[in-house]
Each structure stands twice: as structure tokens, then as C-alpha cells.
Design a protein around this ligand. Structure first.
Ligand code: HEM
Length: 426
């Protein structure tokens, strides 16, 4: 591994550490505004946390995709890292701007764009003949990230800004679709890892895997519809969006079927840390897909939209699925399964602590969202303060569980950083 790649990998892990620390601080700042408002108020910590989370996922995905494909761009890595450091320096000096999740001065999107174009120039040169499905997933993700990133920037054109509704629709749509783009990159990584662990290259050529790729692509292109249910729209659009989201049932059915079919495979690889990360992600795919499908039903979305259920959906997927799969890929690169047994035990325990804490964290947010949705929609006579008092106990549980997530992911990060000089040839 050339040094720049090692630095890039460490940089991604540092972003994960920043994400969990800023997340915990943000939830304490929310619960105890009197203690935090003068130094680190919630409205400043939230963008730091959300941007760190977003950059952790995209940087982590780009890092692993570059590593496994052997296609890396030095210009991308340098420009990307420097820009992100400048973004967080701006946050430190209270310089905010942009739009949700990208709340830094907007000109910094230019070097990010230039960096991504450098990555694309190297990555999308040509696909190897008979490329396995994971190459297609990676390429699709890399390309669609560019499209959704550009779409996210449309607010710079005044025509989008003159109508608040128009702008919000495009923002929600672009952010929803961008998740589909990084999911393609990360799903490709999980197929790559399953092939590598099982030694069965046929997995990446199976009809079902290709089918899932096209289904994922279809959803990436169209399932953002459920992100814009709440803007005034024709009903037929809501209907189509709902129909598209429902196709994801097919994925969940296949996942559950695979889960039972792969019990013997599971037993065979049970001891592998990398495999454990993948199995944990599988569990969260099922849980979050169920939640997302329920949220996509317009009658339910009426109550859930903008409540903590949306936050549960966002963090359940980014921590439970994206982060677990990225850590599996990092673990594979660093060959953590050949570390001393004591260290591997630490990693296994940390994975279990994360799963339990995240489960409590997720359920607490869902309950808080249900109570809030019910009180605000069916009892509009309640003031916002009354609603927030009612959900406070659930947010306290969420914060305590968040500390568990921070410790577990922190331990994993520190072990990975400690051994980040290692590498596995691919
Ligand atoms: C890998 C770890 C994590 C990732 C990837 C992550 C990701 C995210 C994302 C994407 C959002 C925006 C959600 C939205 O707009 O709906 C968010 C919000 C938030 N996260 Fe996390 N998060 C992580 C860990 C944590 C932890 C450990 C805590 C601690 C309790 C936490 C607390 C929060 C809080 C308080 C918010 C703001 C919620 C709101 O505005 O209502 N996060 N996180």
C-alpha cells in the first residue's frame, strides 16, 4: 500500500471517530442546552456530526473501492482530504453555509467536485471484460454520486431558489438519491467480500446477484419518491413512489431466504471478524428495510415525516448497514482475522456491544417519533414544548445508548488505526 493510501484509510477512520464523538456531544447539547449553548450549541454540533457521517461513508467507500479495484487517484485523495479538513476548520470558526448535510461555505463544493472528477477519470476508464457484478455496482455508485451531488447544488441557480417548495423538493430528492449511490458502492463491496471469503467467484455472476443489482439501480433512480411525499404533488406520483418502494420487499424476501439457506455457511465462517460485520449488517438491512417500507406508506408517512423516526431510519441504515459493511471491508484490507486472538476477541465484543446499543438507540428514536407524530398530528392543540417534554425520556435512553455506540465503534476504530500499517494483497 502506498503511503497516501494508508493515510487515506486512516483519514476515513478518523472521520468515523469524529462522527461518533460529535453525535454524542450533539445529543447531550440537545438535552442540556443550558450547559452547551455558550460553547458548543446543538445547532453547530449537528452539522459537524452529519457532515462527518456523510464524509466517513463516502470517503470509506471510495477508499475501499480504490483499494480492491487497484484504481487510485492521488489527486483525488489529496484534494478530497484537504477540502474536508478546510470544511471542518470552517465549522470550528463558525462559518456555515450551503444546505442540509453540506452546511459549509458553498465554494468548497468546487474542490470536492474536482476531486470526485479525478477519481472518476481513473475509476471509470474501462470496465474489465466480463466484469463481475461488483464492478458494475462500484461504477454505478461512483457515477450516480456525481449526478446527485450536482443535483444537490442546483439551488445555486436562482430559478430553484425563487420557490421554496421547488428548492426543498430538489434537496430532498437529491439527498435521497445520493444514499442510493453510496449504497451501490457499498453493496458492491459486500459482494466482493463474500466472494473473497467464500472463494466462490460464481457468487458475483449469479443471476440473483445481477437481479439485485438492477433492482438496486431501479430504486436508486426512482425510490426517492418517498422522500417528497410531503410536498404538494399529484397523487399519482405518490402512488408510483409507493409502488417503487414496495419492490424492495423483493430484496427483503431474498435476504431472509438467503439467511436461512446460509446457516451452514454462517457456522463455517462464524469465527471470522470480517464475516461478523457482514452478518450484523444483514440483520440491520432486514430491520431498516421493514421500517423504511412502513414509512413509505403515505398514511404512515403523514405521522412519521420529520419526526425522530426519520432520524432512526437515517442512523439505523448509516450505522447498522453502511458502517458495518465498510468496517468489514477495512477489516479485510487490514487482515484483522490474522490478529492475535485477544485483539480479535475485543473486536467481536465491540461488534456485539454496538449491535445491542444500536438496537436500544434505534427503538428509542422510533418510540420518540411515534409519540411525537401522534401528539402533533392528532392533537395539534399541544404546544411544541409539551410534545418535546413528552418524548424527553426516550431521548435520554437514546443518548445513553449512543454512548454505547460511541465506545464500541471507538474501540473498533482505535484497533483498526493501531494496525493500519498492515495490508492484505488483493
Ligand atoms: C457511525 C455512526 C453514526 C452515523 C453514521 C450517524 C449518522 C447520522 C445522520 C446521517 C444524521 C442525520 C439524520 C437526519 O437528518 O435525519 C444524524 C443525526 C444525529 N445523530 Fe448520528 N450518526 C452516528 C452516530 C451517532 C451517535 C453515537 C450519536 C449519539 C447519541 C448520534 C446522535 C445524533 C443526533 C443527536 C443527531 C441529530 C438528530 C436530530 O436532528 O434530530 N449519532 N446522525
Amino acid at each position: 500500500m502506498i503511503d497516501l493510501q494508508r493515510l487515506f484509510l486512516r483519514f476515513a477512520l478518523a472521520l468515523l471517530l469524529l462522527t461518533v464523538i460529535a453525535g454524542v456531544l450533539a445529543s447531550f447539547a440537545f438535552l442540556l442546552p443550558a450547559c452547551f449553548n455558550t460553547i458548543l450549541p446543538f445547532h453547530e454540533l449537528r452539522p459537524v456530526h452529519a457532515s462527518a457521517a456523510l464524509f466517513w461513508i463516502i470517503t470509506g467507500a471510495a477508499c475501499c473501492v480504490s483499494y480492491f479495484s487497484g484504481r487510485h487517484s492521488k489527486a483525488f485523495m489529496v484534494l478530497w482530504m484537504v477540502t474536508i479538513v478546510v470544511i471542518f476548520a470552517n465549522y470550528c470558526f463558525h462559518h456555515y453555509g450551503g444546505r442540509e448535510y453540506w452546511e459549509f461555505p458553498a465554494y468548497l463544493n468546487l474542490p470536492l467536485l474536482a476531486a470526485w472528477l479525478c477519481f472518476m477519470a481513473v475509476f471509470l476508464k474501462r470496465l474489465p471484460a466480463g466484469a463481475p457484478v461488483y464492478y458494475w455496482m462500484w461504477s454505478t455508485g461512483v457515477f450516480f454520486f456525481l449526478l446527485t451531488f450536482l443535483e444537490q447544488q442546483l439551488w445555486h441557480i436562482s430559478w430553484f431558489r425563487v420557490s421554496f417548495l421547488r428548492e426543498v423538493t430538489v434537496q430532498w430528492k437529491a439527498n435521497g438519491a445520493m444514499v442510493g449511490a453510496w449504497n451501490q458502492m457499498i453493496n458492491g463491496l459486500s459482494v466482493y467480500l463474500l466472494v473473497a471469503i467464500s472463494g466462490d467467484a460464481g457468487l458475483a455472476q449469479k443471476k440473483k446477484t445481477w437481479f439485485l443489482y438492477f433492482l438496486g439501480l431501479f430504486n436508486l433512480m426512482f425510490n426517492w419518491g418517498h422522500h417528497v411525499y410531503n410536498v404538494p404533488n399529484s397523487n399519482w406520483m405518490r402512488g408510483v413512489a409507493y409502488g417503487v418502494s414496495m419492490t424492495e420487499w423483493v430484496i427483503i424476501i431474498l435476504i431472509i431466504r438467503d439467511f436461512s439457506n446460509s446457516l451452514s455457511t454462517g457456522r463455517k465462517f462464524r469465527h471470522l471478524v470480517v464475516y461478523r460485520f457482514i452478518r450484523t449488517a444483514e440483520l440491520w438491512v432486514a430491520a431498516n428495510l421493514l421500517l423504511a417500507l412502513l414509512m413509505s406508506i403515505p398514511a404512515i408517512n403523514r405521522y412519521t415525516h420529520g419526526t425522530h423516526i426519520t432520524v432512526a431510519h437515517a442512523m439505523g441504515t448509516t450505522i447498522g448497514i453502511n458502517t458495518m459493511l465498510l468496517l468489514a471491508a477495512f477489516g479485510y484490507i487490514l487482515d484483522v482475522d490474522s490478529l492475535p486472538e485477544r485483539t480479535r476477541r475485543w473486536l467481536r465484543v465491540a461488534i456485539s456491544v454496538n449491535t445491542v446499543s444500536l438496537a436500544v438507540f434505534w427503538v428509542a428514536l422510533i418510540v420518540a417519533g411515534l409519540v411525537k407524530g401522534y401528539l402533533m398530528t392528532d392533537h395539534p392543540e399541544n404546544s411544541f414544548a409539551v410534545v418535546m417534554m413528552a418524548i424527553r425520556p426516550y431521548l435520554e435512553v437514546f443518548t445513553v445508548a449512543g454512548v454505547g455506540v460511541m465506545i464500541a465503534l471507538g474501540v473498533i476504530c482505535i484497533i483498526f488505526l493501531k494496525y493500519s500499517g498492515r495490508r492484505r494483497e488483493v
